[in-house]
Design a protein around this ligand. Structure first.
Ligand SMILES: [Zn+2]
Length: 160
């Protein structure tokens, strides 16, 4: 169905057959779940990170990705039509709130965001496609916290 190849000194996940946009490519097996993220985990809930093994290890980030990881159904899905032999990528901040290993992206897209470190540091305008439900939840909580903090600051100012 797909294979892991070495490209420019790093691994890449390449599809062995063509897929249609919106099509589920495969189920994603969860090997174990953890409370903290690391290089080999994908965030599946606001407080849970799953190891999905060699698939994720080989799947690179792209700022304009051609696949997404659905953490509700745990499946890999094509975002657009894929040709046989094409590298499959996904947008890391679509599942990751705060990444354990931020990095400089060299995806070559005109829309490249540069540093990729998680959804927490993304502005609305930099958003690419859909995010996992827990990311939408964390964004709301983060925004609420920001509003509360600014209210407390105003309160302090009024007292002083
Ligand atoms: Zn990029």
């Amino acid at each position: 169905m797909f294979e892991i190849v070495e490209r420019y000194g790093q691994k890449a996940l390449v599809t062995r057959k063509a897929h249609r946009a919106g099509q589920d490519i495969c189920a994603i097996p969860v090997e174990s779940v953890h409370s903290r993220p690391d290089r080999l985990t994908v965030q599946i809930r606001s407080d849970l990170h799953a190891r999905i093994g060699p698939l994720l290890e080989a799947m690179n980030h792209a700022c304009v990705p051609n696949c997404e990881i659905d953490v509700v159904t745990m499946s890999l899905r094509a975002l657009r039509d894929l040709r046989e032999g094409e590298e499959m990528t996904f947008f890391y901040p679509s599942t990751e709130w705060e990444m354990a290993s931020p990095f400089h992206c060299h995806c070559g897209s005109a829309h490249c965001l540069g540093v990729i470190q998680g959804a927490r540091w993304l502005e609305e305008k930099d958003w690419r496609g859909r995010s996992a439900p827990h990311i939408a939840y964390l964004r709301r909580e983060h925004a609420k916290k920001g509003i509360l903090e600014s209210l407390y600051q105003m309160d302090d100012g009024a007292v002083a």
